[in-house]
Ligand binder design. Structure first.
Ligand SMILES: Nc1ncnc2c1ncn2[C@@H]1O[C@H](COP(=O)(O)OP(=O)(O)OP(=O)(O)O)[C@@H](O)[C@H]1O
Length: 470
């Protein structure tokens, strides 16, 4: 933020409190439509609120704000410190983020993204890869020569993975990289029971868990007439996500389907398909956390078989035309393909696409995130381990308060009109009755290589903190 700017840089009066400079604090002017920050007891709701993107009916523009007051939670409850960031260079690549930022022709957003640049002798062969540029975001100079792969903060692994696969002969790195690639090709969902590593879940056990004897027919289980207003809303390295309104009475919530291909031999989105054992931890974690405020609410998990239904393919194409998909066309799946389908409650837009109305709203969203994690950790030693802003969803709510149960104590937080949900437990870890379910990240070098954004530094900082732990 430009410290020399005038008072108009402040979005609201609470922002001033975040800045220690006395002249700003002293200003503390009552602005038009904004209430004074100090000495307001927010146990009394005194704000109106909205978040960008919600309908004008349910959301008014803010006419006043109040100061967050977290006495009821105990002031020292969440005391944390951040370590300084260490940027590591990607093995075999030159980190030229700074250089590229200085380049006038470079894409203006590169500062905010992880930039991985091949050395000179890699660039020529890299050009052959240019027909893949719609799959992997690339920075280019004026002569259209590709100078690097830009990883966006948030969901970046898919891009890096596709780049690695295409470039693996070019990189011609040490054995280390080759084994790293084979590691990244084979996802490492591991189920631990005490000290014994076991891949435990059989196909039949998995079906039983889904209350099925065998896989359902994809087309019949999710036929078009059961779903209203269906559209694709997101995608990940492992699957597609569609939102719809169930065509049945009494169902109040919109649902989303996370459709994950499984057990097949063809690679999808640059990844080997997971098997039942590998997806098991994510299912267990999702189910277990479902009842905790702030985690994704799951309605059902099922296994289906068959070609991708045409109505989903159409929606996939529409998304691809409008937004561009990084994923493979789902037409590639055959009759025998299995999918695991998670039916989750729709939980809003991810934080990277939401603009908070004011800092107060973001403060209370942060409190919700912290409390959600605190409860998950207390109840199940839960660690998310990939909590970037793409994995935090935000939805508007008319509820005034959000209630958490931490260690049998009720904790109540003002909603200020927003409800957060933490999603995507692919890398998470949980302990239930002394069994620990997690993905073993210790050999997953790729996860720790990107640079250029704080998100990528965090992965390394956490590994340094944890050392020998997975
Ligand atoms: N419950 C939900 N409500 C609304 N949107 C959702 C929900 N679950 C997932 N999404 C959307 O789908 C996207 C992909 O979901 P998710 O992160 O779970 O998939 P993934 O394949 O595990 O991703 P990754 O590649 O990060 O592992 C999310 O970024 C989000 O936009």
């Amino acid at each position: 933020m430009d410290k020399s700017s005038g008072d108009e840089i402040w979005e609201d009066s609470f922002d001033k409190l975040l800045d220690p400079r006395p002249q700003q604090s002293n200003l503390n002017i009552i602005k038009k439509n904004v209430r004074l920050s100090y000495n307001i007891d927010t146990s009394v709701e005194n704000s109106s609120h909205s978040i960008k993107g919600c309908s004008p009916k349910s959301c008014n523009r803010s006419v006043s704000i109040s100061t967050p007051n977290y006495n009821h939670l105990g002031k020292d409850l969440f005391n944390c410190g951040l370590s300084p960031i260490n940027r590591l260079q990607l093995d075999g690549f030159e980190d030229t983020t700074e250089k590229c930022n200085a380049d006038k022709d470079a894409e203006p957003n590169t500062k905010k993204r992880g930039l991985i640049v091949p050395s000179k002798n890699q660039i020529d062969t890299f050009s052959k890869f240019s027909n893949q540029t719609n799959k992997v975001a690339c920075a280019s100079n004026q002569s259209n020569k590709i100078v690097g792969v830009v990883l966006k903060p948030g969901k970046w692994r898919k891009s890096l993975n596709i780049f690695r696969q295409t470039q693996i002969s070019v990189l011609n790195e040490s054995k280390k990289l080759e084994s790293r690639n084979s590691v990244c090709q084979d996802r490492k969902s591991i189920f631990l029971n005490g000290l014994n590593k076991q891949n435990v879940i059989s196909q039949q056990d998995f079906y039983k868990y889904c209350n099925q004897g065998k896989p359902l027919k994809f087309n019949a289980a999710y036929s078009q007439y059961k779903m209203l207003k269906t559209h694709k809303i997101g995608e990940g390295a492992y699957g597609e996500v569609f939102r719809y309104t169930p065509n049945r009475k009494g169902c109040k919530n919109d649902l989303v389907l996370k459709i994950i291909p499984i057990e097949g031999s063809i690679e999808v989105n640059g990844e080997k398909q997971k098997n039942f054992s590998q997806i098991w931890p994510e299912i267990i974690i999702t189910k277990k956390l479902s009842s905790i405020q702030g985690f994704a609410n799951i309605e059902k998990v099922s296994t289906v078989k068959g070609k991708y239904p045409q109505h989903f393919v159409k929606l996939w194409k529409r998304y691809d035309d409008e937004k561009g998909s990084e994923n493979d066309h789902p037409g590639l799946f055959g009759e025998n393909q299995l999918f695991v389908v998670l039916e989750l409650h729709f939980a809003g837009s991810d934080m990277s696409n939401v603009i908070f109305l004011n800092s107060e709203q973001s403060f209370y969203a942060l409190q919700q995130i912290i409390l959600t994690l605190a409860v998950g950790e207390e109840d199940y030693q839960f660690e998310h381990r990939d909590l970037h802003w793409g994995n935090i969803l935000i939805k508007s709510t008319t509820k005034k308060h959000i209630c958490f149960k931490f260690n049998n104590t009720d904790l109540i937080v003002d909603s200020k009109g927003v409800n957060i949900t933490i999603i995507d437990y692919t890398l998470s870890r949980i302990t239930i009755d002394e069994c620990c379910y997690f993905n073993d990240l210790s050999n997953d070098e790729e996860l720790f290589q990107a640079s250029g954004d704080y998100q990528f530094d965090i992965y390394r900082m956490m590994r340094n903190e944890l050392k020998e732990y997975h």
